[in-house]
Ligand binder design. Structure first.
Ligand SMILES: Nc1ncnc2c1ncn2[C@@H]1O[C@H](COP(=O)(O)OP(=O)(O)O)[C@@H](O)[C@H]1O
Ligand SMILES: CC(=O)N[C@@H](CCC(=O)OP(=O)(O)O)C(=O)O
Length: 295
């Protein structure tokens, strides 16, 4: 490197230092979506970004998804599955595959990406160390034909009933990056498939995180005109869901952001995981990236 390049690199570093300090010793929960995991190069970059956060004194906690990876395995096994409002209908057979893929292949892949980048990452699921006690998700909907309120049965889809962050705190205290698969366990030992966004929100709330970053494969929340919305209030987000221009997988994402903010998380952001260094841009630039949901 010549003297000029070295000087400009050091100037950049000096400018970044005050921004790096902003989150010193703070916990940042990053939800890494199955779509964002896409290609190998992007995954390596993600690993390096998380390792960098750890190196500069921030405490990152990664909660990953794996919807597309579960789909691929179900297809190989010739098992059909369907989604209702962004949630997978999960019968006894599907829940086995979900656990195998999320707590197995995907969890270890994500932990490995971060470890190879120079941090120590350890993969666990919500079943480890009593992290996520879950219960069957109960949702109701109004039947359009009869106009009667009915219960939506999604099988072994769970929601976090209690999050005990102790095991995460132990790992964080030992400078280890926890990587969490969104699988929970009921009081009776039943395994539940939890939407990764929901799990990330519950974990961010229990850890009193400074930020929740939701990495996905869109630029952020897009309005009716398909343009990126840089910032929206909780009320605007709720209106978008009611009006239908926020749909599918974006619904649990927005609901999670709202929940996390209500739990005291200072900011929840939907970020484009396809953009190189999206996490760093969001945390270390004034403008940030994606869509910030605020109270
Ligand atoms: N208003 C909206 N803005 C952006 N994305 C939306 C919107 N409404 C629905 N979506 C859909 O939500 C998807 C993101 O959710 P999902 O596929 O579950 O991502 P991930 O696997 O990262 O959790 C987008 O790819 C898009 O198809
Ligand atoms: C209940 C439910 O839908 N669970 C999700 C869990 C994985 C997930 O959420 O993955 P993404 O973040 O990649 O979408 C599923 O079975 O696909």
């Amino acid at each position: 490197m010549n003297a000029e390049a070295a000087r400009s690199q050091m100037e950049l570093l000096a400018e970044a230092l005050p921004l790096l300090k902003r989150y010193d010793d703070q916990t940042i929960v990053v939800k890494y979506g199955g779509h964002a995991m896409g290609q190998e190069e992007a995954a390596d970059r993600f690993g390096r970004d998380i390792a960098l956060l750890e190196q500069v004194g921030i405490n990152p906690v990664v909660v990953h998804g794996g919807g597309p990876q579960i789909n691929a395995m179900l297809k190989r096994l010739n098992v059909q599955s369907e989604f209702i409002n962004g949630l997978r209908v999960t019968d006894a057979h599907v829940v086995d595959v979900v656990e195998m893929v999320l707590s197995g292949t995907v969890n270890k892949q994500v932990a490995d990406c971060i470890t190879r980048a120079g941090a120590i990452a350890v993969g666990i699921s919500g079943k480890d160390g009593g992290l996520i006690r879950a219960k069957k998700l109960t949702r109701t909907y109004r039947d359009p034909d009869s106009n009667i309120e009915k219960v939506l049965d999604l099988g072994f889809v769970g929601e976090p009933e209690r999050v005990d962050p102790h095991v995460l705190e132990l790992l964080i205290g030992a400078q280890i990056v926890p990587v969490v698969a969104p699988v929970g366990v009921g009081e009776d030992g039943q395994t539940y498939n939890i939407n990764a966004d929901t799990a990330a929100g519950a974990i961010a709330g229990a850890l009193n995180a400074s930020r929740l970053l939701m990495l996905t494969d869109v630029a952020g929340v897009l309005g009716e005109d398909k343009q990126l919305i840089p910032e929206m209030t909780v009320a605007e987000a709720r209106a978008g869901i009611a009006a239908g221009w926020i749909s599918g997988g974006m619904i649990p994402k927005i609901e999670t952001c709202i929940y996390a903010i209500e739990q005291g998380v200072k900011g929840a952001v939907i970020v484009d995981g396809r953009v190189p260094h999206a996490v760093l841009i969001e945390l270390f630039t004034e403008g940030g990236a994606g869509t910030l949901i605020r109270p």
